[in-house]
Design a protein around this ligand. Structure first.
Ligand code: FAD
Ligand code: SF4
Length: 536
């Protein structure tokens, strides 16, 4: 018997979590944590992601127990494990017969609904997740009555609200500008950057992580991900070191090369802290304040620090707000009526397109790719080929170490695929080879020619881009931000338009012949173990 059952989910590893408010050693209460296979298999999660979550959970549970709290920890290989979070909550309710269950809002609509159902009949106290800087209700209030939701407006409101990078009057931005995007778009140049980017600090597995990796490799051996190279922070202390490493060694150049890509440079000057943030090992406000202090101390320019804070205070909070505003319908949006299967190369990494091969192989191996790789390479390709949003979202949720539904889904549906019809972004992020050629060095090592739209050796992105515009003219033709592109299309000779259409059709047919149409989760060699459990 326990008076209170406190539920802590796998992405809630923060001592200040509202579900743990008031938790003290010796009280009539127990903390429940459960590793469940369903969270690793409802999409076939990368082994890197599963190992990261389980190791971080075990470390956090150890910290709570060391503090003297009673922790009821259900391991993945516990023979009685039901395999689902709802099943484990129901079992714990039967075991402890609590007067009330306390939890913090989940990060996944599906999980929250299942837990609410599992706790039916018990007093359930769902507390707000105060780690986020804008609550679900505050976002709803901000969004209410606006015809269009735009991140920039939300971001300025959040700057004023938190005081981050504000002038002394508290109303105008530091440096008299809200946005330094124009400065933050340089292609990477090692000479101008003062050499190659410093490798990010790595965190080799300790005993706990090694045990988890053994379990994960044995149980989810068919899933993608290379656990041999695992080096993610799994404790708060490690996560703070990872943050410090970024602030002191990469932040100053973050802005300049924020949109750049370079062969062999997997992180460039990015922070690589999204898994730690999403697990709860770091809090967004402390990360932003740390960056702001680096600027105040003259260790990083304002453009870099503003660009970085915009990602966390702006985009991260904005996508979470959109998710909870729009779910559950958001997951089913398909405004561009896209129905092609996700190309098989997303699971195999095998393609002769150099930019795609780099982004995919890095992703499948490490569980990490930076934003521009996700948006302008793999996301752009999925958009242009008309891949089904459900399959694309499942892929992004499966392969990244930082993947959690509230952040992955809006980035896919809203940002990469425009499947939400423009609710989140004012235009699709569609681009031909010009963008990748300008922002990376991939094209120089590619068998395709980024300048050629048609013919042998023409870069597939080019014909696919024009074909995308032609195919979606009815839906996108009136978008003022695409007016220039449609004017260019209209100036083309009909024979050229027809050639672009043929080139795109040939390429798409070739994709199919090579096995893209095999369905999610079942291509040869792709993860097939979708029978089991989830983890929490
Ligand atoms: P940096 O570039 O160093 O940025 C700093 C931080 O800002 C990140 O750690 C992250 O917390 C935040 N951030 C940056 N961009 C975004 C964004 N668009 N949305 C929300 N937060 C952002 N991020 C996830 O955390 N989980 C996901 O599952 C995820 N899926 C994505 C899917 C697609 C299609 C796209 C286009 C983006 C996705 N992102 C996701 C956002 C972004 O790509 C990652 O947060 C970022 O690449 C993480 O690397 P970093 O820590 O080096 O980020
Ligand atoms: Fe990618 Fe095209 Fe450049 Fe090759 S030529 S790297 S496919 S953009």
């Amino acid at each position: 018997m326990a008076g209170t059952l406190r539920l802590v989910l796998g992405d809630q590893l923060t001592r200040g979590l509202t579900a743990l408010d008031g938790a003290v050693p010796g009280a009539d209460e127990v903390v429940l944590m459960a590793e469940v296979a369903e969270e690793a298999t409802h999409v076939p999660s990368s082994r890197v992601r599963i190992a990261l979550f389980l190791s971080a959970m075990r470390h956090f549970a150890g910290d709570l127990a060391a503090e003297g709290l009673a922790v009821d920890y259900v391991a993945l290989d516990d023979p009685a494990n039901t395999g689902s979070l709802a099943g484990e909550l129901a079992r714990a309710i039967a075991r402890h017969a609590p007067r009330r269950v306390v939890m913090t809002e989940a990060g996944d609509w599906r999980v929250e609904q299942a837990l609410i159902r599992a706790a039916a009949g018990v007093d359930l106290d769902i507390r707000p997740d105060t780690r986020f800087l804008c609550s679900r209700n505050d976002f709803r209030d901000w969004a209410g009555g606006r015809r269009q939701l735009r991140m920039e407006h939300f971001y300025r409101m959040m700057r004023r609200r938190t005081g981050l990078l504000m002038a002394e009057d508290g109303d105008s931005p530091a440096g008299d500008r809200w946005n330094f995007d124009a400065e933050n778009r340089k292609p990477f140049d090692a000479t101008a950057a003062g050499g190659r980017p410093p490798a990010p600090a790595g965190f080799p597995p300790d005993d706990v992580t090694r045990a988890v990796i053994g379990l994960v490799d044995a149980r989810f051996g068919a899933h993608v991900g290379d656990t041999a190279g695992f080096d993610w922070p799994v404790t708060r202390a490690d996560a703070l070191m990872a943050l410090e490493d970024f602030i002191t060694r990469r932040l100053a150049r973050f802005g300049d090369y924020q949109d750049a890509m370079a062969a062999g440079e997997e992180v460039l000057f990015h922070a690589r802290i999204s898994p730690a943030l999403n697990l709860g090992l770091l809090e967004p406000l402390e990360v932003c304040r740390r960056a702001e202090t680096a600027w105040a101390e003259g260790r990083a320019p304002l453009a870099a620090v503003e660009g970085f804070i915009r990602q966390i205070l702006g985009w991260r909070e904005y996508v979470r707000g959109i998710y909870w505003l729009e779910m559950p319908g958001y997951a089913a949006t398909n405004a561009l009526d896209a129905h092609r299967p996700l190309p098989w190369m997303y699971w195999s990494g095998e393609t002769d397109m150099a930019c795609m091969a780099a982004a995919l192989s890095q992703t499948l191996r490490t569980g990490y790719a930076h934003h521009i790789q996700r948006l302008m390479v793999t996301g752009n390709f999925a958009l242009l080929t008309g891949a089904r949003p459900g399959e694309v979202a499942a892929w992004y949720l499966a392969v990244y170490a930082d993947a959690v539904d509230w952040v992955e889904l809006p980035n896919v549906q809203g940002m990469a695929l425009h499947a939400d019809g423009g609710r989140m972004a004012s235009k699709p992020y569609a681009a031909g080879a010009g963008y990748i050629s300008r922002m990376s060095d991939h094209c120089s090592g590619c068998r395709y020619d980024p300048k050629r739209p048609t013919g042998d050796g023409a870069c597939p992105f080019n014909a696919l881009y024009w074909d995308f515009l032609i195919r979606n003219r009815r839906r996108l033709g009136g978008n003022p931000r695409l007016a220039l592109a449609y004017r260019s299309l209209d100036r083309m000779a009909p024979a050229r338009v027809a050639a672009l259409g043929r080139q795109a059709a040939d390429f798409l047919a070739h994709l199919d012949r090579h096995g893209s149409d095999r369905g999610f989760g079942r291509p040869t060699g792709a993860p097939t173990d979708t029978t089991g459990d989830l983890f929490a």
